[in-house]
Design a protein around this ligand. Structure first.
Ligand SMILES: [Mg+2]
Length: 317
C-alpha cells in the first residue's frame, strides 16, 4: 500500500481488500478505543478477530498500554466481550512486559531485591504472581507527618534504597511529593536500579476534559532523578521481544491495528509492521487529512490503511 496518502479500505475494490488480507499472518490489535470502550465492545471487532483466526488461520494478539490491570484481568475482559483467545499468552500488557524484563535482567535479583511501585495495585499483583516482592503500589505514601519528617525518617539510613532493584511507575491516583522523593532517592542512590514505566502516554483526552496520564507522572521523576525511564509499552519495540525471541511472528507479515497515530502507528513503524488505523478513537479520516495538510515533517506518521471501525472488515472475511 502507498504511504503517500491515507488509503481507506472501503474505497478499494473488494478483490483488492481480499488480496490485502493475504499480506499478513499475524494481527496485533490495540484494545482501548480499537476493540472496546471501557467494558463495552465496539460492534463487529470481536467478530473480525475471531473470523480471521477461524477462517484464515491468522494469529491474533491483543496489546495494551493499560497498566491498571494485570494481563490475566485484561484476558478476562476480552473473554467477557466475546474475543476468542486460547489463553492470556495472547495478551501483551505493560505489567507482563515488566515481569519479563525483570526476569531476564542481569542486574535484578528477584530473590534478594524488591520493586518500588509508584502506581496502582495491578502492578503489585502481576509482580507478586511472578514471585517478585514489591511495595508502594495502590496507596499513598505516609500522610500523617510533614514531608521534611518523612524524608528524614525514610531516607537517612543506608538501607533505604539498598534492597530495591527496580522503580516502576504506572498510573497512580495517589501520586505525591513523597512518592517522587522516594523514587528519586532510590534511583540516585543506586545507579544499577532499573527505572521502568508502563507507558509514557502523557494525557488522557476526553471530549469534555484532558487529564494527566502516566507519562506526566514519570516525567516528574525523570526530571528530579536525572534518569530516563524505560517504557514497557507501545511504541517501544522492546515490547515485542518475547514474541520475536520465540519466533511467534514475522514483523513483515504482521498487521498492527490501533486507534492512535502517535502510539499505535508509531509502534508499527518502529517494529517494521504494517498498520491499520481505525476511526473509533481520536483520529478519523478528516483528522488525518488535516494533519497531512498541516504537517511540515519530512516523514509524517501515516497509517498504511484506514477503516472507520475494525468491524467494517466483516464483509471481506
Ligand atoms: Mg487505543
Amino acid at each position: 500500500m502507498s504511504k503517500a496518502g491515507v488509503v481507506n479500505l472501503l474505497d478499494l475494490p473488494p478483490l483488492q481488500v481480499t488480496g490485502w488480507l493475504q499480506t499478513f499472518d499475524t494481527v496485533i490489535s490495540d484494545c482501548d478505543a480499537t476493540l472496546w470502550h471501557d467494558d463495552v465492545a465496539i460492534p463487529g471487532a470481536a467478530d473480525v478477530l475471531n473470523l480471521l483466526q477461524r477462517r484464515f488461520g491468522k494469529r491474533v494478539y491483543l496489546i495494551t498500554n493499560n497498566g491498571t490491570k494485570t494481563r490475566q484481568e485484561i484476558f478476562e475482559r476480552s473473554q467477557r466481550l466475546g474475543f476468542e483467545l486460547a489463553s492470556e499468552a495472547q495478551i501483551i500488557s505493560p505489567t507482563s512486559t515488566i515481569v519479563n524484563y525483570l526476569r531476564q535482567s542481569d542486574k535484578f535479583d528477584g530473590k534478594k531485591q524488591r520493586v518500588y511501585v509508584v502506581g496502582n495495585a495491578a502492578i503489585e499483583r502481576e509482580l507478586s504472581g511472578a514471585g517478585i516482592e514489591s511495595f508502594g503500589a495502590g496507596k499513598p505514601e505516609q500522610l500523617d507527618i510533614k514531608w521534611q519528617d518523612f524524608v528524614e525518617r525514610e531516607f537517612s539510613t543506608p538501607t533505604a534504597a539498598v534492597d530495591v532493584g527496580a522503580v516502576v511507575v504506572g498510573w497512580d491516583e495517589h501520586y505525591s511529593y513523597c512518592k517522587m522523593a522516594r523514587a528519586c532517592h532510590i534511583l540516585t542512590a543506586n545507579p544499577d536500579c532499573a527505572f521502568l514505566t508502563t507507558n509514557k502516554d502523557a494525557v488522557h483526552k476526553y471530549p469534555a476534559y484532558h487529564i494527566p496520564g502516566t507519562g506526566a507522572f514519570v516525567a516528574g521523576i525523570e526530571a528530579c532523578a536525572e534518569r530516563e525511564a524505560l517504557e514497557m509499552g507501545k511504541p517501544n519495540p522492546l515490547v515485542l521481544e518475547p514474541l520475536l525471541k520465540g519466533s511467534a511472528l514475522d514483523v513483515k507479515r504482521t498487521l498492527m491495528v490501533g486507534d492512535c497515530l502517535k502510539i499505535d502507528v508509531s509502534f508499527a513503524r518502529n517494529c517494521g509492521m504494517q498498520s491499520l488505523l481505525v476511526g473509533t478513537g481520536s483520529y478519523q479520516l478528516e483528522t488525518l487529512h488535516a494533519l497531512q495538510a498541516d504537517s511540515s515533517a519530512s516523514n509524517p506518521l501515516v497509517p498504511d490503511v484506514y477503516l472507520p471501525k475494525l468491524g467494517d472488515l466483516l464483509p471481506y472475511i
